[in-house]
Design a protein around this ligand. Sequence first.
Ligand code: AMP
Length: 307
Amino acid sequence: MKLLVVGSVAYDAIETPFGKTDKILGGAGTYISLAASYAGAQPQVVSVVGGDFEKENITLLENHNIDVKGIQIKKEEKTFFWSGKYHNDMNSRDTLVTELNSLGTFNPIVPDAYKNTEYLILGNLSPVVQRQVIEQMTTRPRLIIMDTMNFWMDIMLDELKNTIAMVDVISVNDEEARQLSGEYSLIKAAKAIRKMGPNIVIIKKGEHGALLFDETQVFYAPALPLEEVFDPTGAGDTFAGGFAGYLAKSGDISFANMKNAVIFGSALASFCVEKFGTERLQNLTKEEIYDRVLRFVDLVNFDYKVH
Ligand code: AMP
């Protein structure tokens, strides 16, 4: 039921063809926790922010039943800041600024009360930090999920591989899966990544959905075709948070239930992109989430008749 989340809690400034924001709440840990909270899981976040982090943002997390005891506040430093600008097609973006600030020297400290948590999700952070968290757990979690990105493949591949070997589920996008495995075919890529350790590989394909692989099975979840994508920031993290939260809440980590978890994560990601930053994830109702899950079911449901 409880889900330990490790990830950045940040300020982001985002520019899309629809407008731009000043510093707003962001960070992988934030998106993951908010998404997981809608599954009814109880996220416990381990992260770090600076003295500039507004109390109202902490309150926002707490109002979603997110335990923030593990968020260190370094008063003398600033919160991690990231800024990105999307191109017209919204599928690609340029990172304009990455100021690590308090995240640069982040030494994750897992509070004692969290050390037996059964479900752990490692948001995109240095693989060394990710491993330090796993090593602090007194009992090996039932399920460890990790997200990562090409940045870590470029600069610390060996460390990354060490961490990958310790997890059960890895979530990467298609480009990253190809880079990590050296295989162009995503089927071959998933096989190669499974050999590195994780039993389950998730390959995200942005507006084209996501693939879930175990040793013998593949499941495909589309992304919901939306009339307007306003801001894709955090969609991958939201997907992962929804996936992890669903599994933690249900306690069922079978492949069949992971399919539901992928759909739940995809539904939440479809909300995430409708507004800037975390705005759309701040006030979702159970009904609207369920309605959206049903739209996914309709999207892929058909009766095939043999004539
Ligand atoms: P995504 O759109 O899924 O790539 O996630 C975007 C979020 O990741 C933003 O809210 C950023 O604050 C956060 N982010 C970007 N770069 C990093 C990084 N190097 N380490 C940790 N978090 C990051």
